[in-house]
Design a protein around this ligand. Structure first.
Ligand code: AMP
Ligand code: MG
Length: 537
């Protein structure tokens, strides 16, 4: 055992959020409006029979926690909320948010309870947060709990995202509580009992845009300033001493980090599903895995969230604009500290340029091109995303297959339309019924692509490696989540653990795991939980 590893009792806590920010003086656990405070102290609700489903070893490592500890009885007691370690000081945070475009007032950690901040050997702080650990003062009319279904989804997806290179909160553990939780999954009057579960999430901080919004909405500028200063000091220490100039640098950096996160989402085909401002992390981390989904056929209009079916506000193709809108709400919230509209607007404009530049460079890499040529490549890129929408095309498979095409092979110069499309055929959901006009347009694109690759000049191997390092082979396909959940609900955790392992290296081929890289099967097309999800979790 490496000496840097610690057992549970040796973890060191340094709870800055709790020590440096004002607490709600009320300590009773009942729903209320909280003013003048950033959090309320509250203990997790004990559970009957905690059972470990899975834990992420890399996350344990980040905390310096040794492997044996993760398998201990104490681990499942602590991370289900039954036991507290020395140094833990549980609390729920107060925040607000815009939900589906409307100010929703106070929200807060309604079912998340922070245990404290682990200080690891590298001097990093990692906040531990239990999701589904019972009622808090912010639970409003809900129960503070989470079910196994949504917890499997959060646990596996956040880890998968991390290994895909997407900024995200992490997950240490997934534990069944032994409690039953009632959920009306589609709000249609058919409630069902489901197994309860708790995920321990881990992040440098869980600060959301909504934190700043609530203090601004309450007109509490002292607290707003205190919270901004706290955030800069702890989450953005490189920005230096808080002052007006620093606030602007900070906001600009939040814009950039948010843009980078969205570029990654678009790159891998992740649709968050509920991009409310309370679900936007100030660190640009993907946070709050609810009714998210993964693009199967490339469709910018798709959202997995049935609660958003009418307006599809949070559809794949609109995520970049929604992030911009959300940043606008954050700008409004911090305006009183800056009192100048123009520089905030500049930063918002910068978001758009920064996003576009990074996105186009990312598309170039997805296509194996060494750079994006401003203006010159736009037709090639735009046409690609248009033809991918003409027939159902699996985005993930498409890019992996495209990497296999040897563009330098001179025999391609005489290839027919069918011959050019053949290497990509696995990406199509209905290859038998492709119209000739579609084939002609697609092969025309392929010919232009081949020409562009040849101009670019990189060799076959280099191009392939570049493509395979940004186009994952394995993503958390919606139907895979459902299969893992079905098994887990029967007490079989093997698929959860198998996927966790596979998703540690999503860009590798894994020839023995090909069955996890296949298109959505027909049974999953309309099945609840696969292509349709609600906020009920
Ligand atoms: P979400 O849409 O999941 O981001 O949740 C919005 C708000 O509802 C947050 O304040 C959550 O803490 C709260 N919330 C969601 N589900 C529950 C639940 N089962 N019990 C208590 N609060 C919840
Ligand atoms: Mg949320």
């Amino acid at each position: 055992m490496n000496s840097k590893h610690r057992s549970l009792k040796d973890l060191i806590f340094d709870n800055r959020f709790l020590n440096e920010l004002p607490a709600d003086p009320e300590t009773g656990n009942f729903p209320r409006q909280v003013t003048g405070a950033c959090y309320s102290k509250v203990n997790p609700t004990p559970v009957r029979a905690p059972q470990l489903v899975s834990y992420a070893k890399e996350v344990a490592e980040r905390l310096d926690l040794d492997r044996e500890s993760c398998k201990s009885d104490q681990f499942k007691q602590v991370f289900s909320g039954n036991e507290q370690l020395d140094g833990m000081q549980p609390y729920a945070q107060c925040y607000g948010g815009h939900q589906f475009g409307n100010w929703a007032g106070q929200l807060g950690d309604g079912r998340a309870i922070n245990l404290g901040e682990v200080l690891n050997n590298k001097g990093e702080h990692w906040t531990l947060q239990l999701k589904g650990a019972g009622l808090t003062p912010y639970s409003r009319t809900a129960d503070g709990l989470a079910v196994l279904r949504s917890s499997v989804r959060e646990f596996l997806c956040s880890e998968a995202m991390f290994h895909l290179g997407v900024p995200t909160t992490r997950a240490l553990s997934l534990i069944l509580t032994g409690e039953e939780v009632v959920r009306d999954m589609f709000y249609d009057g058919r409630p069902k009992t489901e197994p309860g579960a708790v995920v321990c999430r881990v992040a440098p901080s869980f600060t959301r845009f909504g934190h700043f919004e609530i203090f601004a909405a309450q007109g509490n500028l002292d607290l707003l300033k205190q919270f901004v200063d706290f955030t800069i000091r702890n989450d953005f220490p490189h920005l230096g001493k808080p002052c007006k100039e620093t606030y602007l640098k900070w906001f600009t950096e939040v814009c950039e980090k948010t843009a980078e996160m969205i570029v990654h989402w678009q790159r891998v085909g992740f649709v968050h599903g509920v991009m409310n401002t309370d679900n936007m992390s100030i660190l640009g981390l993907t946070i709050d895995y609810g009714p998210y989904g993964w693009l199967e056929d490339y469709n910018p209009g798709w959202t997995p969230n049935t609660t958003d079916a009418t307006n599809r506000r949070y559809r794949y193709g609109q995520q970049p604009q929604i992030a911009h809108w959300n940043l606008g709400q954050l700008a409004n919230a911090i305006y009183p500290l800056i009192e100048e509209v123009e520089p905030l607007q500049e930063a918002l404009k910068h978001y758009e340029q920064y996003f576009n530049q990074h996105w186009l460079e990312t598309v170039a890499r997805k296509l194996g091109l060494t750079n994006y040529r401003t203006g010159l490549d736009d037709d090639l890129f735009n046409e690609l995303f248009l033809i991918m929408q003409l027939v159902e095309t699996d985005m993930t498979i498409f890019f992996r297959k495209l990497a296999q095409v040897d563009c330098l092979d001179q025999s391609l110069n005489q290839a027919t339309d069918d011959q050019l499309i053949k290497p990509l055929i696995d990406a199509y959901y209905d290859p038998e019924n492709m119209m000739d006009s579609f084939k002609a347009r697609t092969s025309n694109w392929i010919r232009n692509y081949i020409k562009r690759v040849r101009e670019d000049g990189s060799d076959v191997q280099t191009r392939r490696e570049m493509m395979d390092s940004v186009n994952p082979k394995y993503v958390f396909r919606n139907y895979l989540a459902q299969l893992a959940i079905d098994k887990a609900e029967e007490g079989d955790f093997s698929m959860v653990n198998e996927l966790l392992e596979l998703f540690r290296r999503p860009y590798d081929e894994h020839p023995d795991q090909e069955h996890y890289a296949v298109k959505r099967p027909d049974w999953a097309r309309q099945r609840a939980g696969c292509s349709m999800l609600s906020c009920s979790s």
